[in-house]
Ligand binder design. Structure first.
Ligand code: G3I
Length: 347
């Protein structure tokens, strides 16, 4: 009798489960492998991707962007030319589209970027400025944008690409007009506008220890000593197989951590000379694995962002003719060896 009742209960449970009503996750979800974001979160990290507004009409692309990552960076939508195309006329439509999308999917947003010599609107580059004029323009730009996104941005790339390869200051309009103090000012203004956002300096070719990363190290130390609100150092990590892997990456991350700063790999891609071969893809996968392990080995390396996730939307072919295939997914959104290497490193 008792046996029969048990059998009945068992059959009923099986029926409910088959109908998707039983306890536990539905059958479909149960078999889905964890995403890169899931795996990164187990280490207290995020795993993100850049994206750009024109791509958001591509539904399969958008689906993966929404499911695999827990952090998004607008590739262009928050830059000065997009957000203040005319002096004092602000347009946050592009940035808002990406922020809204990210928030709907509980993804963090890295704001990119407030002060940069590139992609400036014509009204900034097309005339001479006195120091007081440019100071006022810069402060207004930073504070209007940061205030607009207050509470919605996890971290800002406040100043982007401030140094030359030899560690001297890049002669941008900001440096030439305002002197090196523009960096501390920019950080202070951003902090006033959103005290909770993590504020970063960000650059490329700073993955290895060398003159350029040394310049950031010295500057960061100085700014921290002066109590300037600097919270992180972003290493863009645009690598190329033909130039070798930055083997001092982990040590480099660690020295910034010791200054009390977060670090992040903010714009990762690993390009190669075309055509693609199995060998190059395998080497690329090793590099993605190695940089992920380096980040995981350093407590304050908070996350990794690829500079878009698919070769379909990579910036590389347009800028480096004959090079490409830099991202973990190919142009058909199929995962490459680099994707599986990332998973391995995060496991
Ligand atoms: O918006 C125009 C469009 O109207 C026009 O038809 C088209 C024709 O070329 O150009 C469009 O502008 C392009 C813009 O991206 C938006 O798509 C520019 O030509 C193109 O140069 C620009 O490239 C961006 C690049 O920054 C500019 O330096 C890339 O998408 C963007 O991924 C890239 O990102 C930078 C980071 O901000 C900083 N670190 C380096 C990284 C790679 O260069």
């Amino acid at each position: 009798m008792r046996k029969n009742r048990l059998r009945l209960v068992g059959a009923l449970a099986a029926l409910l489960v088959a109908a998707g009503i039983g306890a536990g996750p539905p059958a479909q979800a149960r078999h889905e492998p964890p995403t890169l974001a899931d795996l990164a979160q187990r280490h207290g990290r995020y795993f993100g991707s850049a994206t750009d507004n024109p791509e958001l009409v591509d539904e399969p692309y958008k689906a993966l962007l929404g499911s695999e990552f827990d952090q998004i960076t607008p590739g262009n939508g928050m830059k000065w030319y997009a957000t203040e195309p005319q002096q004092g006329v602000f347009d946050f439509a592009k940035g808002d589209e990406i922020v809204d999308l990210a928030r709907a999917r509980h993804q963090k947003v890295r704001g990119h970027t407030l002060v940069w010599h590139s992609q400036l609107p014509g009204w900034v580059t097309g005339r001479e400025w006195t120091a007081p004029e440019l100071r006022a323009v810069l402060k207004k730009h930073i504070q209007t944008e940061v205030r607009h996104y207050r509470g919605k941005i996890y971290a800002w790339d406040v100043v982007n690409e401030a140094f030359n390869e030899d560690g001297t200051y890049r002669e941008t309009v900001f440096y030439k007009t305002l002197g090196p103090g523009y960096i501390a000012d920019a950080l202070r203004w951003a902090h006033q506008a959103d005290p909770k956002a993590r504020l970063y300096l960000n650059d490329y070719n700073v993955e290895a220890i060398g003159p350029k990363s040394d310049a950031y190290y010295r500057l960061a130390k100085e700014l921290r000593a002066q109590g300037v609100p600097l919270h992180g150092f972003g290493l863009q990590t645009h690598l190329a197989l033909q130039y070798g892997y930055p083997t001092t990456l982990e040590d480099n991350l660690r020295r910034f951590s010791r200054l009390g700063l977060d670090t992040a790999l903010t714009e990762v891609d690993v390009r190669m000379q075309l055509p693609v071969t199995e060998e190059k893809l395998a080497q690329q996968a090793d590099w993605y694995r190695d940089m992920t392990e380096a980040c995981l080995a350093v407590r304050r390396c908070v996350g990794i962002t690829v500079w878009d996730y698919t070769d379909k939307y990579s910036w590389i072919p347009a800028v480096f003719p004959g090079e490409g295939a830099a991202l973990p997914w190919d142009e058909q959104l199929r995962p490459k060896p680099a994707y599986f290497a990332l998973r391995e490193a995060l496991k």
